[in-house]
Design a protein around this ligand. Sequence first.
Ligand code: SAM
Length: 284
Amino acid sequence: MTADRMLDRLDRLARDATLEAAERWHARAEALDWIDRVWHVLAHEAPDATVRAQALRHRLERADDMLHRRLRAVVRAGYGPAVFQRWQQETGLIDGEGYDALDELLAGVLQLADPGPGSRPLEPEMVFYQPTPARHALDMLVRSRVGPRDVLVDLGSGLGHVPMLASICTGARAIGVEWQPPHVEAARRAARRLKLERVGFLAQDARDADLSRGTVFFLYTPFLGTVLREVLDALRLEGMRRPIRVCTYGPCTRIVGDEAWLHTDGPTTADRVAVFRCVGQGSD
Ligand SMILES: C[S@@+](CC[C@H](N)C(=O)[O-])C[C@H]1O[C@@H](n2cnc3c(N)ncnc32)[C@H](O)[C@@H]1O
């Protein structure tokens, strides 16, 4: 894009008062992303324009802040499901691995923060923190039919947005089990701020976790190899006692798909959540 066209676009965005409307969070995210991308070119070709770009950025961030604050109040009051489900329908395609405006929105509402120091080294076969894109987490909740009577367990829960989202959207109990104590502390703080009383986080190795209360287990490839093997064996024992669903995302889906005690009628590609049920316990 030439500098002239950038200036044109900047003017159009600056004049567009509708960008501050709550429901235009998607357009705001796009505009903020565009400002970041063209900033260096603007600074070089039209330095005066960076002042206008900065003013626009502040305006859009203020509108987002207000929306996040309002949504936190909605969540605290227990009206989360309607809002998040509507936005899920607006986000469009679910396939693909990247992050989008819904992730920005969710991070703002949950106030997901840097976990700070104190991380433990990961053992071999353990996978570092990376959040499940929000649209995939919502897709998982819908397709595994998580409801208020379920207990969702996120094995390797990171900063905890999947258990929080599960509780906000469905009223389910939700537990996050996470190896990194600072991540657990950050997740607890976020859940407390939102008064999510049905969400808890445990700083634990998933191999030592008590799985007996879970009805839906989520794994965004938290570990592989022998660690995954040990956890899958424990889940198989749970599945012999009661119906459970095992939901996976990322490369571990292929490995979980080879388990003879699990089956799915849905997709098993690494870029969609797969929903498995125990053989003989109904279908996806
Ligand atoms: C790919 S991230 C997934 C995070 C989260 N489930 C999500 O979907 O956003 C994997 C997480 O698993 C954690 N982890 C790795 N090995 C673990 C273990 N043995 N027990 C518990 N957590 C573990 C990592 O610290 C990391 O936060």
